[in-house]
Design a protein around this ligand. Structure first.
Ligand SMILES: Nc1ncnc2c1ncn2[C@@H]1O[C@H](COP(=O)(O)OP(=O)(O)OP(=O)(O)O)[C@@H](O)[C@H]1O
Length: 693
């Protein structure tokens, strides 16, 4: 039972906070109607720490954890936040803290919490609560199917590809912007297709509804629509006394509309963010959410600024501040630190990407010799594929690494196959899952799979339709085995998570038939089974995993054991919120940062600048920005020498060079001394003059 009405008042943990952090933590605590609060927190200023303290403080002073809604950017961040809250609360509540933290059930991502609320309110909004969720790839597949059905894949001039169609759709939904505006602003080469795209999106929405699937965007869209009904909005809002949101700079208009509908007068609302770290505009996040937050309420929200940086040395912070100072629009806050100055960040010129990889690998090992573990060091890059040559070098030198961002564990075909089975069992109307699954059977192609799926779509009882459908002509016994597996899993006899083993046993013979490297892939499936053990039900497992997939892949280096030491490789986006003793940023050149793809508009350029800022502010003690001079172009033989020259990023103009130490690697061999007695062999200057006389 929760002892929520016996507040514990000793709060020694507040002593560890600075005055601004303390004000943010204690703001409105104890008041019936705490006024809205905006915490503008600079990089490394203890944003996460402050939010965790605020949640702990609310709980310690008597707030009911079941009535706290805590939204973070990723599931990983939510788990980390909950751990911190527990650690703080434990200081005054002892063992009792665990019970309170277990009751903090509404901590997660916007999408994850949205999915839970939608299931709770499904019958009131005309939704079947057994809906399954499509990840981006499934959504693109379904979009493709509809595109094909409407005949757009056969147009004379090329119709936008499935990924582009989905990106346009997603942008319209998340930014709440008409298709014409989205096309003109962000996809000008597709403007001529506006009418067809509108028809495609209508078809896509109908297909999702027929199949009882929601995509990522729907989770926010349906939630926002639910909040348009005053009674439902009041009911959902009344479930929570406190609503706290981290990383507010990366939310989009839909998310802010949900928030304002939850707490229209702002009471109990806390948002935390840093406009200088807003890096998700490509997902329709808008910096306006944070800039406009105070004025959304009357009286306006209180603003507390955290400007003391606890992470980086003075030298690193000085360089990062100078980079962001050149940004065109931002909340001005001058970050300061009382940490020692430290060494200047280094701008390292290397000949090419191979030298870049050699330099980083060498330095990482040197740092290890000097006492830093591999885990205290990270290599960051703008795009996932930038790390290719480095991964090869690390493998060659036996340096274990884990890569975040880019290819996800769940994108592997065999993992998707197994999940498709579970999804189909959960929701037999899920056409993308069914289509994938049936084609695993020998003798079943797209046509016969479609036929069965059409049969299911037309029936009121999809399971009955599946078992009574005429079997695909060439599937034989495999079809019976497939039906047996689906039926058994759906009956729930094996129980969760044991049923995932049953699913794997059905899948394994197919895996062996389809993939030559079946043994390696089997290991992933076993890992998936272990992950499944951490979830209470099949539905929660599928939902959570789809929304926030684990993203560590570690190529040839093999998956490191958890207690082993390994170097962190990460895209800058995935490095958000993290910190390391040493940080290497790769390819700090125009074309990579800013990316070639990100230079369309001045807003995009500004976002690229913030990306570099985010990367630089991850470093505590030392920072290397790598500047390769040339890049080999793709599409040539291994010995080909076609390359392009690159220039240092425009975000570090000459005026900022004094804030860096500039080095070149490898050091050039010293030139042989010239003998002083020899005069010039030829007088070129005279020859030049002579050309014109
Ligand atoms: N009051 C404090 N005293 C000492 N150290 C602190 C204090 N507040 C935060 N820190 C330390 O500062 C570092 C940065 O904190 P945190 O990760 O919470 O920052 P952040 O604002 O979330 O960073 P970013 O937005 O850049 O990801 C951490 O190592 C944290 O332990």
């Amino acid at each position: 039972m929760l002892a929520i009405d016996s507040p514990v008042l000793a709060t020694p943990y507040l002593d560890t906070l600075n005055p601004a952090q303390r004000r943010a933590v204690t703001h409105g605590v104890g008041s019936e109607r705490p006024a809205p609060l905006l915490v503008i927190a600079g990089a490394g200023s203890g944003k996460t720490n402050t939010l965790a303290h605020r949640v702990a403080h609310l709980i310690v002073t008597g707030a009911d954890p079941r009535r706290i809604l805590l939204m973070t950017f990723s599931r990983r961040a939510a788990a980390e936040m909950t751990r911190r809250v527990e650690r703080i609360a434990r200081k005054v509540m002892g063992e009792g803290a665990s019970v309170m933290i277990d009751a903090l059930r509404w901590a997660g991502t916007f999408h994850g919490l949205g999915a839970r609320l939608l299931r709770d309110y499904a019958d009131q909004i005309g939704l079947d609560p057994a809906f399954t969720i499509h990840d981006r790839e499934d959504a693109a597949d379904l979009m493709n199917l509809v595109r094909h059905e409407l005949g757009f894949s056969k147009t004379q001039t090329r119709f936008p590809a499935k990924g582009t169609c989905l990106a346009i759709y997603s942008r319209c939904v998340n930014a709440q912007t008409p298709i014409e505006t989205v096309l003109t602003r962000s996809f000008p080469w597709c403007v001529a297709w506006a009418a067809e795209l509108r028809e495609l999106f209508a078809g896509y929405v109908e297909a999702k509804q027929r199949q009882n699937v929601l995509d990522y965007d729907d989770l926010l869209l349906y939630w926002a629509q639910t909040m348009c009904d005053p009674d439902l909005a009041a009911d959902i809002g009344a479930r929570f006394d406190h609503v706290l949101i981290d990383e507010y700079q990366d939310t989009n208009r839909l998310q802010s509309s949900i928030l304002l509908a939850l707490k229209p007068d702002g009471h109990g609302l806390t948002v935390v963010g840093d406009d200088a770290q807003s890096i998700y505009a490509f997902r329709a996040a808008t910096i306006r959410n944070i800039l406009d937050f105070p004025a959304a309420f009357s009286p306006p929200a209180e603003i507390i600024t955290l400007d003391q940086n606890y992470r980086s040395t003075q030298a690193i912070l000085g360089a990062a501040n100078a980079v962001i100072d050149l940004a065109s629009e931002r909340f001005t806050k001058n970050l300061w630190t009382d940490r020692a100055t430290g060494a200047l960040p280094q701008l390292v010129n290397v000949r090419d990407e191979a030298d870049q990889a050699r330099f980083i690998a060498g330095r990482v090992l040197e740092n290890r010799e000097a006492g830093a573990t591999l885990k205290q060091q990270a290599v960051l890059f703008r795009a996932s594929h930038h790390s290719g040559p480095l991964e090869i070098e690390l493998t060659r030198r036996n340096i274990p690494f884990v890569k975040f961002g880019g290819l996800k564990f769940l994108d592997a075909a065999h993992v998707k196959d197994l999940l498709a089975l579970l999804r189909f069992v959960e929701n037999p109307r899920d056409r993308v899952a069914g289509f994938r699954l049936m084609q695993l059977l020998p003798g079943v192609g797209p046509t016969s799979a479609q036929r069965v799926l059409d049969h299911i779509a037309a029936a009121t009882d999809p399971m009955e339709a599946l078992t009574s459908a005429p079997p695909p002509p060439r599937a034989g016994d495999e079809w019976t085995a497939f039906l047996g597996a689906v039926e058994e899993l759906r009956s729930g006899r094996a129980g969760w998570p044991a049923e995932i083993e049953r699913a794997r046993l059905w899948y394994e013979p197919h895996l062996e038939r389809i993939h030559e490297d079946a043994t390696t892939r089997q290991a992933d499936l076993v890992q998936l089974e272990q992950i499944a053990g951490g979830y209470p039900s099949r539905e929660r497992f599928l939902t959570e995993l789809t929304l926030d997939p684990p993203d560590a892949t570690s190529d040839q280096a093999g998956v490191p054991l958890l207690d082993e030491d390994y170097l962190i490789l990460s895209t800058i986006h995935s490095a958000k919120g993290q910190e390391w003793k040493s940080v290497f940023v790769m390819n700090v050149v125009d074309g990579c940062i800013p990316s070639d793809l990100g230079v369309g508009s001045s807003d995009e350029i500004e976002e690229e600048r913030r990306l570099l800022y985010v990367a630089m502010t991850r470093a505590k003690d030392d920072l290397h920005l790598m500047v390769p001079q040339r890049f080999f172009t793709h599409g040539q033989s291994a010995t080909g020498d076609r390359h392009v020259y690159a220039a240092r990023t425009r975000f570090i103009p000459n005026a900022l060079l004094g804030l860096f130490e500039r080095t070149a690697w490898p050091l050039a061999a010293p030139e042989p001394a010239r003998s002083a007695s020899q005069g010039p062999r030829i007088d070129i200057r005279a020859q030049m003059r002579g050309m014109w006389r």
